[in-house]
Design a protein around this ligand. Structure first.
Ligand SMILES: CC(C)(COP(=O)(O)OP(=O)(O)OC[C@H]1O[C@@H](n2cnc3c(N)ncnc32)[C@H](O)[C@@H]1OP(=O)(O)O)[C@@H](O)C(=O)NCCC(=O)NCCS
Length: 422
């Protein structure tokens, strides 16, 4: 069914739209709460607080809001380069207008607008990957989550360098430590003050500990206490919300410190990126055996962890994205990309890979990669190699196979990970 979109106007929201937006958000995300509760919890700082822009789609015949979403102003690190990005959050459509293409239409309008602004990248955490994939997003954010017994953690001696976070003394040094790590990790955000305020805000059950050497913060961990279901009664457990270690000592210090909590905390939920050494350092490679587990693992292996299907990325202005992304040094080569894009239109772009960068050029290359924008995003961020996608026939290649190998090498990167959810 197609909405008569001529009647709908999508525009940046203003203070007077607050009650309509609260109403849309409540019905989409918290239908058991009251409008007043949603307003107080989510909009205490107004409709467009720093770093966020709310949009509203209004049916001009009735003046009623039929959809809303938030755009976040982000900046993401990739291979040491900062990419300007927009985050999408809180996409919501009025109950009576669902399934009429309003959600899709709002996102299409926004993507077109962002393309005009030459924004290279959009990021979001999907409610369903399929909905956003049809609009060109690709799932790229994997989280590994190990739920382990705290007595299986290694008790490294570096733990004695851990101190409780004191905002009056440590705040700047902690944010600097994060920034230092973020520049070297793909997908991490350059955090602005507004993001730090919510990250470091005191919350019930949240604690922060720092690793200090010579008065310098070289790492920290943000912990959230919770209760997990065990075979007997709910047991106090810790969920790691974020950890940063600038060297191996800080990393060992954090793990050693957590191991000392074993008398009080039975289980640790360690969230991390797939390349982390954590699983190799444990005394046992298995989930906490004391936890109530619903499904047995198949075969002679222990259940050890879970993979979270996290955020999605979407390239928007491909030429800007190409110009910004550093590539691994190697022989220079030309490659033509024929890109299908369900929203922004198909395009052909030839890139000259030279001197650690990609430069768009006008001549075509004999090596042509036919790809959707979603698959291009997967390759661009280092998640999947072009040769792998050709093998599964998700993308199509014509030309000398050695060029494809060159592309694999040029775009080799650790896939993105991000501590910030929105
Ligand atoms: C999610 C939501 C915003 C979608 O808005 P909507 O206006 O109902 O969606 P649309 O009508 O634009 O749907 C567009 C298309 O996506 C399709 N679609 C939905 N989920 C899909 C999926 N998982 N995979 C593939 N296609 C999907 C629909 O079938 C529809 O296609 P069709 O018109 O060809 O049938 C709306 O349902 C909502 O407000 N949900 C509650 C809040 C929420 O979960 N928000 C998402 C936060 S990330």
């Amino acid at each position: 069914m197609v909405t008569d979109r001529v009647e709908i106007c999508l525009r940046p929201a203003e203070a007077e739209d607050l009650s309509q937006i609260v109403h849309l958000d409540r019905l989409a995300f918290a239908p058991l709460k009251s409008n007043a509760e949603v307003e107080q919890e989510w909009y205490a700082h107004g409709i467009n607080p720093e770093g966020r822009q709310q949009f509203i789609a209004v049916d001009q015949r009735t003046g009623l809001g039929v959809g809303t979403y938030t755009e976040l102003q982000l900046s993401v690190f990739l291979e040491g380069q900062e990419l300007p990005a927009k985050g999408f959050a809180g996409v919501a459509v009025a109950l009576e207008r669902r399934g009429q293409g309003v959600g899709r239409w709002m996102l299409e309008q926004s993507l077109r607008d962002l393309q005009q602004q030459q924004i290279p990248l959009a990021i979001l955490y999907p409610f369903q990957h399929g909905f956003y994939r049809q609009l060109g997003w690709a799932w790229v954010g994997r989280v590994h989550q190990y739920t382990v017994a705290s007595h299986h953690l290694p008790s490294y001696p570096e733990r004695c360098h851990i101190a409780a976070y004191d905002p009056t003394q440590h705040q700047i040094a902690l944010t600097n430590a994060y920034h230092h790590a973020a520049c070297q990790h793909n997908g991490w955000l350059r955090r602005q003050d507004w993001q730090w305020r919510s990250r470091l805000k005191p919350c019930p059950g949240r604690e922060i500990y720092c690793y200090l050497e010579g008065g310098q913060i070289l790492g920290y961990v943000i912990l959230q206490y919770t209760l997990l279901d065990t075979l007997s009664q709910p047991a106090l457990s810790l969920v790691i919300q974020e950890w940063v270690a600038l060297n191996g000592d800080a990393y060992r210090g954090i793990l050693g410190f957590l191991s000392t909590l074993k008398d009080q905390v039975s289980t640790l939920v360690w969230n991390t990126y797939p390349e982390d050494s954590f699983p190799y350092l444990l005394r046992e490679q298995r989930c906490d055996p004391g936890l109530r587990q619903t499904v047995e693992f198949f075969g002679l292996t222990h259940r050890f962890g879970e993979i979270g299907a996290g955020f999605m990325w979407r390239l928007i202005d491909v030429a800007t994205a190409f110009r910004l992304r550093p590539v691994r040094p190697g022989d220079s080569f030309l490659l033509t990309f024929e890109i299908t894009d369900p929203v922004l239109g198909d395009q052909t772009l030839t890139a000259n890979f030279a001197t650690g960068r990609m430069h768009p050029v006008s001549q075509r290359s004999p090596g042509v990669l036919k790809t959707s924008i979603a698959h291009l995003t997967e390759m661009y961020c280092g998640l999947r190699r072009a040769s792998e996608l050709v093998w599964t026939k998700e993308v199509e290649w014509t030309g000398d196979p050695s060029l494809l190998t060159k592309l694999d090498t040029a775009w080799e990167a650790t896939p993105p990970f991000c501590w910030d959810a929105f």
